[in-house]
Design a protein. Structure first.
Length: 157
């Protein structure tokens, strides 16, 4: 695995029905309403959108997500990524004792020249940056679907 290859796995829980989590997940155009690090979304076609994301570190990533699979019955969404990130994300929404569990698996190669240049020394910072972005995403989704939950660590934990 090269310094520019990343694999991430995150698991979120939200105290709502799985269908509500899945509906929010597939509604990319509204991600900026609940995920502060998703700065903009532009629809390209019915299955493709372009996202601009920026977390804690001072750089933005611009990439397209193309819906490769969407199965509401199985709670599974797969999108392929191109642009500053190349790869895929698979999200699976399932039942959890307190509501819904969202498992997110990502495999990407970073194409952004600045990040490729600094990967030998900054890779750990990039990973922390990603973790912070995902934490804010989980907190934002909880607040979007369960108002007030983003401020209560016991809800959906």
């Amino acid at each position: 695995m090269s310094l520019n290859d990343y694999r991430f796995r995150d698991v979120w829980s939200v105290s709502v029905a799985t269908s509500r989590v899945f509906d929010a997940l597939v509604d990319l155009l509204n991600w900026p309403l609940w995920w502060p690090d998703v700065r903009s979304v532009r629809q390209v076609d019915d299955d493709t959108a372009e996202l601009v994301c920026r977390s804690t570190l001072p750089y933005a990533l611009t990439f397209r997500v193309h819906r490769a699979e969407q199965d509401a019955g199985a709670g599974r969404l797969r999108v392929d990524l191109t642009g500053d990130l190349e790869g895929y994300t698979v999200a699976v929404v399932g039942r959890h004792a307190a509501g819904a569990r969202l498992a997110i698996d990502q495999r990407v190669v970073v194409n952004k020249p600045l990040l490729r240049t600094f990967a030998p020394v900054a890779r750990p910072l990039f990973q922390v940056n990603h973790a912070l972005m995902m934490r804010r995403g989980q907190r934002g989704l909880r607040g979007y679907l369960v108002p007030g939950a983003e401020h209560r660590p016991d809800v959906g934990a």
